[in-house]
Design a protein around this ligand. Structure first.
Ligand code: SAM
Length: 220
């Protein structure tokens, strides 16, 4: 069984996709999709030796070596043209790192019909990258695991103009306004409240730093 976070990523993978899961670690996501017959072929890309070996072990354990290949490579370099990969998943890493991986792929002329991205942080940067590089966000979901919130973005080629509010909160997420979405931003308000208190007791009320946090608070 997958965690709610990875389950959400899996749900956005189109049936029959030829998938590359980048930063796959144990390859749980592609293994799950193959075992459930949602896809028929996948690559598990890993940049680090330990996680790469985790993926290899999972492939053997699940008897998936005919359908799932682990590759030791940096980002999208795990994908070769002859693989005919049409779907990429990148989950469980920071938004900056996801952006770097996508940038490197673009330099190599790599384009995909579907991308499912789950940044742990800096979702804004990932959305901005997508809209600047001819992808549109066609769906989003937010999941909670304990006290962590995870946003999952589905992107396909296309044009989309997003407002600052869309980029920060998610065009679908702030429309849907689910309980989990509200909880995420309430948690952030509480965090900023603490920052206000700390700045105030340090005699920094009204400084530009303080005002910047006020702006963020207002936005939420
Ligand atoms: N995708 C899985 C998930 O969501 O549960 C594993 C997430 S794990 C926290 C992040 C993985 O990304 C690590 O195994 C790390 O080695 C890998 N990683 C980091 N940078 C990478 C890169 N440039 N290319 C491929 N893998 C990378």
């Amino acid at each position: 069984h997958l965690s709610p976070r990875l389950e959400a990523v899996a749900s956005f993978v189109p049936s029959g996709a030829r998938l590359a899961d980048i930063g796959s670690d144990h390859a749980y996501l592609p293994a799950h999709l193959l075992l459930n017959h949602k896809i028929t072929y996948a690559i598990a890309g890993e940049v680090a030796q330990g996680p790469y070996e985790n993926a290899q072990q999972e492939i053997i354990r699940r008897n998936l070596s005919n359908y799932l290949e682990a590759r030791l490579a940096n980002g999208l370099a795990a994908i070769y043209e002859e693989d005919k990969i049409n779907t990429v998943t990148i989950a469980g890493m920071g938004g900056m790192l996801i952006k770097d991986i996508l940038d490197a792929g673009l330099i190599n002329g790599q384009h995909f019909e579907t991308m499912v991205l789950q940044p742990n942080t800096d979702e804004y940067i990932v959305r901005e990258w997508l809209t600047k590089n001819n992808y549109q966000i066609t769906n989003e979901v937010i999941k909670r695991e304990d006290n962590h919130f995870y946003e999952v973005l589905l992107a396909t080629p296309g044009h989309q103009s997003l407002t600052e509010i869309d980029l920060k909160f998610g065009p679908f997420l702030h429309q849907d306004k689910t309980e989990i979405f509200i909880a995420k931003w309430q948690k952030e308000l509480k965090r900023i409240d603490l920052i206000f208190k700390n700045l105030e007791s340090a005699g920094k009320k009204g400084t530009t730093v303080y005002q910047e946090w006020q702006r963020k608070y207002q936005e939420i």
